[in-house]
Ligand binder design. Structure first.
Ligand code: FES
Length: 99
């Protein structure tokens, strides 16, 4: 179950699958900036429309420690910040104090 979902492309600009993003989160990317840096999802030419999916996916995982079956897109129109050029994540448990 879920094989198709894992192959789902979340970031079409940079062709980043849900599987890649979920692995990054499991490996310690616990902020959007971490995900941007690690996977390039969210920093493509469109300006980051996939962040509407990245944020709910990340938030759900941080709260429940599992991924949702279906990603509920954030349609509130929030503009998630673009990342600074940053460090790769996964070298620690925390979020590096950024937030
Ligand atoms: S779809 Fe992810 S940055 Fe454009």
């Amino acid at each position: 179950m879920g094989q198709k979902k894992r192959a789902e492309i979340i970031c079409r600009c940079n062709n980043v699958s849900r599987e890649v993003i979920e692995k990054a989160i499991q490996n310690g990317c616990h902020s959007l900036n971490d995900i941007f840096d690690q996977t390039t999802a969210g920093v493509g030419a469109c300006g980051g429309s996939c962040r509407r999916k990245l944020k709910p996916l990340l938030d759900y995982y941080l709260e429940h420690k599992v991924f949702p079956e279906k990603i509920i897109e954030d349609r509130t129109g929030k503009d998630y910040p673009r990342p600074p050029v940053g460090l790769p994540c996964g070298d620690g448990e925390g979020d590096g104090g950024k937030g």
